[in-house]
Design a protein around this ligand. Structure first.
Ligand SMILES: [Zn+2]
Length: 309
């Protein structure tokens, strides 16, 4: 049964809530998007500890919803969401995000893009629409954007904005790091050394593998940093390392391309429904090396070019 209630993340008044038993609620909010709250009572989110940081969760949920993913907010994982959110640290980072957003929506170079202040501020991890408006004005003042004459909510990129986009997109590919999420079981070593590592190196990437013991629910800062700094993530679900599921979801949330791998026999044992992603199912290291090299080139078209730079 569905009811209208205030959204526990952004207080929007017309969020639709569907109860599944006593512990799970499904929310549909026009600001935050869709999420399932597990063991998350609104009262708890309104506590001093979380009240002023709820906007970060709005951003996490919104970005996942816009990618067609369902966010599960679980009480035990809440700190994890705060640490992996790509919250802009200053107006420069926020404006960069806004310019990339407008660029992505522009179908032509002269198109004015309609901005929905009252609901789209969450995409940029902003606290409310006034902060969004303020940043748009700043971007206009910096000559990055211009408003459509006579309109109040449509902007397009100006030449300086296009220059900024060019710089941002080039910088995005500056990191040659590719993060590898997989089981550290000894029998998987050969898959790394004879397939994943050479396939990445042949296409100009530096493989980053965290050979650390998995802690219970503790996400290592170094790992978060390494994923954020990677241009590609390779995840192998063989042996079902639970960390690999989190690491690949985290990369997806940041918009980092993910390539999914699994040994053929192990594929039916995987824990979550990741079937809709096009997995490379492999027999052995040799088989994987060829398939992975082709997939990397298809996913990152300028991968080879980077080796020549
Ligand atoms: Zn909301």
């Amino acid at each position: 049964m569905s009811d209208l209630e205030n959204c526990p993340l952004c207080d929007h008044q017309t969020a639709k809530i569907t109860k599944f038993g006593n512990f799970q609620d499904r929310y549909e909010c026009t600001n935050c998007g869709n999420f399932i709250g597990v063991l998350i009572p609104s009262k708890w989110l309104m506590s001093e500890k979380y009240k002023d940081r709820r906007y970060i969760l709005s951003g996490v949920v919104r970005n996942l919803t816009d990618k067609g993913e369902m966010a599960f907010l679980h009480q035990e994982d809440i700190e994890k969401y705060f640490s992996y959110a790509d919250v802009p640290k200053n107006p420069i980072e926020a404006i960069n995000k806004i310019l990339l957003f407008i660029h992505k929506k522009s179908k032509s170079m002269n198109e004015f893009i309609r901005i929905k202040f009252d609901s789209e501020y969450t995409i940029f991890y902003l606290k409310d629409y006034t902060e969004f408006l303020y940043l748009l004005k700043l971007a206009e003042g910096m000559d990055f954007l211009e408003k459509e004459p006579g309109s109040t909510n449509k902007w397009r990129l100006k030449m300086k904005g296009w220059e900024k986009i060019d710089e941002l997109l080039k910088n995005r590919l500056k990191s040659n790091n590719a993060f590898v999420a997989m089981s550290f079981a000894a029998e998987q070593n050969v898959i790394f050394t004879e397939a994943i590592k050479p396939a990445l190196e042949d296409t100009g990437f530096l493989p980053i593998r965290m050979d650390i013991v998995e802690h219970n629910n503790l996400i290592d800062d170094e790992m978060i940093y390494q994923i954020k700094n990677s241009s590609l993530l390779i995840v192998d679900f063989t042996k079902h390392n639970p960390g690999a599921y989190f690491e690949s979801g985290f990369a997806l949330g940041l918009g980092i391309p993910v390539i999914w791998l699994c040994q053929k026999e192990d594929f039916k044992e995987r824990h979550f429904d990741t079937e809709h992603y096009n997995h490379i199912k492999y027999d052995n290291a040799d088989d994987l090396k060829t398939k992975l090299t082709i997939r990397i080139l298809a996913t990152i078209p300028n991968a080879i070019k980077k080796t020549n730079e």
